[in-house]
Structure formats: structure tokens, C-alpha cells
Design a protein around this ligand. Structure first.
Ligand code: GLY
Length: 396
């Protein structure tokens, strides 16, 4: 029977002496197109931007030489691109942009060291085997561990120099900064890093994750004793709401930490977080910015969607439960369908409709570099898992 255009097959290689044919679905083709556009944009940005991209305004990236908390995502995307576009100069660009970020490895003023140094330097080490990447990533992990509050057993997110109320404020996002501590502890043999990582993860589980699987964005503490003084939010709608991106960080972070520590209990936490995320998302693909602010006209957050998609695909692999992989794929396909304007490839940013900080009216309905990064990651996991295998800091 003659194949329709829809069922068009392509030959992918010789196997047992015969051509094996793989049929691409429309969704696969859409994901591949979105990824290819991401590759093109990323390489163009590497060549043309004067500093690290963060969020768009009027279709152009706002950039920062300091790199804020997000520079690692741009470098990380370049490493992803280097795997698939081997004949391009992506690996050289990834190395040279990584070098511009290296000075931040001694930054002790923020919890963001995993966001900054895992996609850039741990991944750079995985991609190239160069020890220089490994050493900088270990230094970054040491800077992060130096922030550990020994009595309260948490890592404060931000610096009191920025705002005195940040002295002992923990946020759920920190779970995504735990993997670099575990990785660096193992790489360097420094058990303190490993211990700080494990304790931080357990505290986040005990203090931020609620009975129903939702999360508190913020848990504040007394600066000296570390005792809890408040549970609430910073970027969410109100103290008891569930900020969607925080929930997505938690899904992905607990999955990674659970796999790295081979801890079924932490994977069980990741499951509860994921079940909550998926129940609140329902049939939608573009999440509301806060699960308790989903009325028509409220901002959405595609970045929460892409982080959750990549995390859910990882959770599917970690637990062997295909339902999570399917849910991650459904979100990734939905984002590709609703948030990418293939017809305007010259604008900056890949995924539209991200929201940085709605309460402060900052970066609403824009492209955000971490939204793009986790979207590319999710597609790589789905479409080119062998490449992801070489890059992820989670090893099975
Ligand atoms: N980690 C900060 C944010 O997700 O906005």
C-alpha cells in the first residue's frame, strides 16, 4: 500500500543487513522542527550577542555580562546544540561563553550555583572530558555549600545585602541546586558537599512539600536558630498558593536527587509533586503562572511547562512509569504547538509566553532563557536520548 505523506517513513540505518524504517508522527516532526529552530537561534545568539541573554523585551534579549542566575542555561543550550550539530562551531562557542561565566564560581552570595554551573560546566565536562570544567564546577559547589545554615539545615537563597529580610529565607527552587553538590562531593571525594546536599534536600522535602503534594515557595527562618518563622511565597499569588514554576522545579529537582542518591523515598516525593502538578494542569499544556490564578486573562508560564516536561520525562525513566514520560511529551508537544512562532525566526527567544515574576510585573509574556533551555532538554530526551545520556549529570 502506498504511504500517505503523514505516514512518511525515513530510513535511519542498517540493522541486521536490512534498512530499518522509523515512522515519524506529526508530533515528532513538530518537536524536531522546534529543536532545529532552537539550534539555529542558539548559534546565532552565540555569534551575535554581547552578553548573556536572560529574558526578551519587544522580541530582543535583555543581556547581562554578570549573568544573573541564568547564564548557565545559555551555555547549557550550546552544549546540547554541540551534540546534534557536530559540524558547527557550537562546542567552541560553548567553551568560550563558559569561560565568561567562570568568575562566578567563587560567588557565595546566592543559592543559584547549580543553575549557573550544572548545565554549563558539569555538562561541559561531560561533553569534552576537560578537567578545567570539572574543577570550576567543584569550586562552584563549594561556594554553594559555604551558605549552609548548620542549625536550620537549609541553604538561604539570597543575600541579606540585597535585602535584610533575605537573611534566612529558603526557597523551593534550591532543590535544583542540590545535584551539583552531590555530583561535586562524589567527584572530589569531599563528603561535606555530599552531606550538605542530602541535608538540604531533606529539609526542603520536610519544610516546603505539603501533605497534598503542593509546595510552599518560601520558608523563612530565624537567622540565628534556623527555626521556621513563616511559610509562604515570593513569586506566587499569595502565601498559601502554589507557584507553578516552584512546583516544576520541585518535580525535576526531587527526581534528579532521588536518582543520584538511589533513594526510593525521594522519588516517591517527586511522584507526589508530579501528580499534583498534573492534576492542577488538567488538559491544559501552557501552565498558569500560579496554580491558584488560572482565570482567563491571567499570565501563563511556558517556562514552568518546559521545566515540568523535562522533569516528568526524567521521572518516567527513573520510576519506569510511562505515564510520566507521556505527560512530559504531551506538555512538550503542546508548548511547541502554542508557544513557538515558526514564521518569525528572526526574533530572539524560542518559547513564548513565559513569566518571570508576576507579582513584581517583571518579564510577563516573554521568552525566558531557562524556558528555552528546558524545552530543548525535554526534546533531546525524547528524540535523541543517546545524546542526553552523554550529557546529563544524573547517571542511572
Ligand atoms: N529560580 C528563580 C525562578 O525560577 O524565578
Amino acid at each position: 500500500m502506498e504511504q500517505s505523506a503523514k505516514d512518511r517513513s525515513r530510513a535511519v540505518g542498517l540493522e541486521t543487513g536490512r534498512w530499518r524504517k522509523v515512522t515519524l508522527s506529526d508530533d515528532d516532526r513538530l518537536l524536531d522542527r522546534a529543536f532545529d529552530l532552537g539550534v539555529e537561534k542558539c548559534l546565532r545568539d552565540a555569534r551575535t550577542l554581547g552578553a548573556f541573554p536572560h529574558v526578551t523585551r519587544n522580541g530582543r534579549w535583555l543581556i547581562s555580562e554578570h549573568g544573573r542566575w541564568t547564564a548557565g542555561f545559555f551555555v547549557g543550550m550550546l552544549w546540547l546544540v554541540s551534540m546534534v550539530a557536530k559540524d558547527s562551531d557550537a562546542a567552541d562557542w560553548a567553551s568560550s561563553w563558559a569561560k565568561r561565566l567562570a568568575f562566578r564560581a567563587s560567588d557565595r552570595s546566592t543559592h543559584d550555583m547549580g543553575f549557573l554551573f550544572e548545565p554549563s560546566f558539569v555538562r561541559g565536562y561531560r561533553a569534552t572530558g576537560h578537567e578545567g570544567f570539572r574543577d570550576v564546577a567543584i569550586q562552584a559547589a563549594r561556594s554553594l555549600a559555604s551558605r549552609f545554615h548548620a542549625q536550620g539545615r537549609f541553604i538561604p537563597a539570597w543575600s541579606p545585602e540585597e535585602d535584610p529580610s533575605y537573611a534566612a529565607l529558603a526557597i523551593v527552587d534550591t532543590i535544583m541546586n542540590v545535584p551539583i553538590l552531590i555530583w561535586a562531593g562524589r567527584e572530589s571525594g569531599d563528603e561535606t558537599l555530599l552531606r550538605v546536599g542530602v541535608e538540604t534536600a531533606l529539609t526542603i522535602r520536610d519544610q516546603h512539600v505539603r501533605e497534598d503534594g503542593a509546595t510552599y515557595h518560601v520558608v523563612d527562618h530565624a537567622p540565628k536558630s534556623g527555626a521556621i518563622t513563616r511559610k509562604g511565597t515570593h513569586q506566587g499569588a499569595f502565601e498559601g498558593s502554589c507557584w507553578t514554576r516552584g512546583q516544576a522545579w520541585a518535580v525535576y529537582g526531587f527526581t534528579k536527587v532521588g536518582v543520584m542518591l538511589k533513594q526510593a523515598e525521594l522519588l516517591e516525593t517527586a511522584r507526589r509533586l508530579a501528580d499534583y502538578f498534573l492534576a492542577r494542569l488538567g488538559d491544559a499544556v501552557l501552565p498558569p503562572w500560579d496554580f491558584d490564578r488560572h482565570a482567563k486573562g491571567e499570565p501563563r508560564d511556558s517556562a514552568a511547562g518546559s521545566i515540568a516536561a523535562s522533569g516528568l520525562i526524567e521521572l518516567g525513566r527513573a520510576t519506569g512509569e510511562d505515564a510520566y514520560t507521556k505527560a512530559g511529551r504531551r506538555i512538550a508537544v503542546g508548548l511547541a504547538r502554542t508557544c513557538i512562532y515558526f514564521e518569525t525566526p528572526d526574533t530572539h527567544g524560542l518559547l513564548r509566553h513565559g513569566s518571570v515574576d508576576v507579582p513584581r510585573r517583571s518579564g510577563i509574556d516573554e521568552s525566558i532563557i531557562y524556558g528555552d533551555h528546558y524545552f530543548m532538554e525535554a526534546i533531546m530526551k525524547l528524540r535523541r536520548p543517546a545524546f542526553w545520556e552523554q550529557l546529563g549529570c544524573v547517571e542511572y
